[in-house]
Write a protein that binds this ligand. Structure first.
Ligand SMILES: Cc1cc2nc3c(=O)[nH]c(=O)nc-3n(C[C@H](O)[C@H](O)[C@H](O)COP(=O)(O)OP(=O)(O)OC[C@H]3O[C@@H](n4cnc5c(N)ncnc54)[C@H](O)[C@@H]3O)c2cc1C
Length: 343
């Protein structure tokens, strides 16, 4: 009952998402800690290429579900595939990456299997049986969860384990038949749309999180706001540094108030209590006050630095490792100049 199944979908065109490779490490370690067997199950387009990436994980069985009807990320066919694969394995613990594609379907899969699910899992251990760690109450309380019900589905958050590096040969793939009904195929994915200008500024794998606050659009020491200069400095920096762009709530809320805002920003960039809690090794906040509802979103950022004109801002009160009391316009112009010279 405590055997472990690692379940994932492929990326469009084949291969596995990084979050899946990280979750495979967590699943493999859990199976090892429990002395349990590990199965690998994959569905979607290009399962053969993806199967190679799971080699070396020590899987007993490699179950695959492929076919044109499973290539689209849609609820009906994804839920049918995940259910069929979990049934074919029969494992009591199903570990899957918390990608948006699986987050959408796995609660339904748990119901179909008569099991239970926990999401946003940040750690797995085999202490006296399977034990999952996750955070509650907007990342303020860390809890440990055990469940008697099986199958127990665990969706593991990205950035919480090292990615598995495939080596050697994967076991022979066992195709699993998935019954996909016409109703399961009612939805057709016609494309994807990005908010704002279409420029992708959210990069979960980036080493640096660069946060822009509302100060970028406020009156500056010369008595005038300079949003156009700000826009150029921010975009230049995130492109040159390959950084991910975060925002304070005040900055992204300005759009609703008809004030100048940045087209490449949306509420998806917001970090904090009512925004995201990203995991980057380093973070740099600029023109952002560092109030608690914002900084709570920095919980998992390794090293925190901030640039603010105000020496008494929130960052100065134990929230940043380093606070530069300086004009962010001048600092970022200089940093961009140095980055350009390095190219
Ligand atoms: C229930 C609730 C939930 C919330 N959730 C969130 C959340 O999820 N995320 C979030 O961000 N906020 C959240 N907030 C809002 C939060 O409390 C703050 O209002 C917000 O974070 C402030 O944004 P800011 O620091 O960008 O703007 P401001 O408070 O306006 O600060 C601007 C800063 O820019 C600095 N500055 C200006 N010009 C320069 C310059 N040239 N160089 C350097 N510094 C400069 C100023 O000194 C100032 O400190 C929430 C609030 C509530 C009540």
């Amino acid at each position: 009952m405590n055997d472990v199944l690692f379940l994932a979908h492929t990326d469009a065109g084949g291969g596995l998402p990084r979050a899946a490779l990280e979750t495979l490490t967590a699943a493999k370690d859990l199976a090892g800690a429990l002395g349990a067997k590990l199965d690998v199950a994959l569905f979607g387009e290009g399962v053969q290429a993806a199967a190679g990436a799971t080699a070396g994980a020590g899987a007993r069985r490699l179950l695959v579900a492929a076919g044109p009807e499973l290539s689209q990320p849609r609820y009906g066919s994804d839920a049918a595939a995940a259910t069929a694969l979990a049934r074919a394995s029969g494992a009591g613990i199903v570990v899957a990456p918390h990608t948006s594609r699986l987050a959408r379907v796995m609660a339904g899969v748990a119901v179909r299997l008569g099991g239970r699910i926990d999401t946003h899992v940040t750690g797995l251990a085999g202490e006296g049986g399977a034990l999952a760690t996750r955070w509650f109450y907007r990342q303020r309380i860390e809890g440990k969860v055990r469940r008697k019900e099986r199958p127990w589905i665990l969706l593991v958050d990205p950035g919480t384990a090292a990615a598995h590096a495939g080596s050697g040969a994967a076991p022979a793939a066992e195709p699993v038949r998935v019954s996909v009904t016409d109703a399961d195929q009612r939805t057709t994915v016609t494309g994807t749309k990005q908010p704002g200008s279409g420029k992708s500024t959210i990069r979960p794998d980036a080493k640096l999180l660069f946060v822009a606050g509302a100060g970028w659009t406020k009156k500056q020491p010369d008595g005038a706001p300079h949003p156009d200069v700000a826009e150029k400095l921010i975009l230049e920096f995130i492109d040159a540094a390959g950084a991910s762009l975060g925002s304070s709530k005040s900055l992204v809320d300005q759009a609703g108030e008809g004030q100048k805002t940045f087209e490449f920003m949306s509420h998806l960039n917001q970090v904090g209590q009512t925004g995201a809690t990203p995991r980057h090794p380093k973070g740099l906040a600029t023109c952002c006050h560092g109030e608690e509802p914002h900084v709570v979103g920095w919980r998992f950022v390794g090293q925190r630095r901030a640039v603010n004109l105000d020496a008494g801002c929130g960052w100065a009160r134990g929230k940043a490792d380093v606070l530069y009391v300086a004009d962010a316009f001048a600092v970022m112009a200089k940093v961009n100049e140095l980055l350009a010279a390095k190219k």
